[in-house]
Design a binder for this molecule. Structure first.
Ligand code: ADE
Ligand code: ZN
Length: 352
């Protein structure tokens, strides 16, 4: 750790922990905007756009949310995204998420979007990016939340498709700050995207990738050494490789961990067994995030509340996780320092 946990953390009564988790300023660095589509909004957009859904009702759709692994989730997630057609749809979806995030005291959201999920259905790139970007600007004006976009390539598709997606998005490059890699991990190692990530690095984008969610530690090594990422999304499988754990700890590589996602996709079927406390204890730069909040049973605060309740972590870990999140953002150092001041002030208030 490169910072000292404030003494105030020790003075916060245990029964105040949920309130602390809810109100402390935090950053959310791993969420897919398409994963914030609540069943009610899916049905409303389906009706607005005349899209037929293979589910009879909101309840019917929700009852399909019983996942056994990543792929079983992705099938339903891509089906849900099929209702998004117009710029206003992307705007409405992002505004709904950002309102929830601001209520959770998220001061900064770095949001993934999957353009290929939409362009493959004939939705123009411009529609996707301008709708989401307009929401980021409106949310900053309305709720004071800082929000930026990260374009993610679908790794079950080819590297050529990723290159074409990048080309189609470059006319809108001022609207996104980074590049990510998501979708089905097993069988789609980071090396498959070596050339397109090198190109994105040359273009000056921030780089992140999902690695070690279901995939082996070798995929985390590949994301670090071949893709040259600045954060690892998930990374929980790193625990199986002690040399990798040392590398991650020594470089303070941020890991964007998503406890409820891991539980719902059966990576850690019981949240009490989640390795987040062990990763923190081993000195890793861990953060807490919601991944796909509409599908996994909660937004970011619910992830904090449930993983703390299940594993018995306390105020000191709350400080570490919130501070890690703020300092792992791609915001500049002055902005990060201002958020850390807000975090320290929150801990002082809660200890008083
Ligand atoms: N796309 C949306 N959520 C994802 C996850 N948890 N892993 C990989 N791809 C995703
Ligand atoms: Zn994810």
């Amino acid at each position: 750790m490169t910072f000292v946990i404030p003494a105030a953390a020790q003075r916060i009564p245990a029964d105040q922990l949920p309130q602390l988790l809810r109100t402390m300023p935090k950053a959310e660095l791993h969420m897919h905007i398409e994963g914030s589509l609540e069943p009610e909004l899916i049905f409303a957009l389906a009706q607005r756009n005349g899209v037929a859904l293979p589910y009879a009702s909101v309840e019917d759709l929700r009852s399909a949310y019983a996942f056994t692994d990543l792929q079983s989730f992705l099938d339903i997630y891509y089906a849900g995204a099929s209702v998004l057609l117009k710029e206003q749809d992307f705007y409405d979806m992002a505004m709904a998420y950002l309102e929830r995030a601001a209520a959770d005291h998220v001061v900064r959201a770095e949001i993934f979007f999957d353009p290929q999920t939409h362009t493959e259905r004939g939705v123009p790139m411009e529609t996707v990016i301008l709708g989401l970007s307009r929401a980021c600007q409106a949310a900053q004006a309305q709720w004071g939340i800082s929000a930026v976009l990260i374009l993610s390539f679908l790794r079950h598709l080819s590297e050529e498709a990723a290159v074409a997606t990048l080309q189609a998005a470059l006319p809108y490059r001022e609207h996104f700050i980074g590049i990510g890699l998501d979708s089905a991990e097993l069988g789609n190692p980071p090396e498959k995207f070596a050339r397109v990530f090198a190109q994105c690095k040359t273009l000056g984008f921030h780089l992140v990738a999902h690695a070690g969610e279901e995939g082996p530690p070798a995929y985390v090594w590949g994301a670090l050494d071949v893709l040259k990422v600045e954060r690892i999304d998930h990374g929980v499988q790193s625990e199986k490789d002690q040399a990798l754990m040392q590398r991650l700890a020594q470089t303070r590589m941020p890991l964007t961990v998503c406890p409820l996602s891991n539980q719902k996709l059966c990576v850690f079927p019981d949240l009490r067994d989640h390795n987040l406390p062990r990763l923190l204890e081993a000195g890793l730069n861990v953060t807490v995030n919601s991944d796909d909040p509409a599908y996994f049973g909660g937004y970011v605060n619910e992830n904090y509340l449930q993983v703390f309740a299940a594993t018995g972590m306390g105020a000191a870990q709350a400080y570490q996780l919130a501070r890690n999140s703020l300092e792992a953002t791609f915001a500049n150092a002055a902005q990060q320092a201002a958020w850390v001041q807000q975090l320290d002030a929150c801990f002082e208030r809660m200890a008083a």
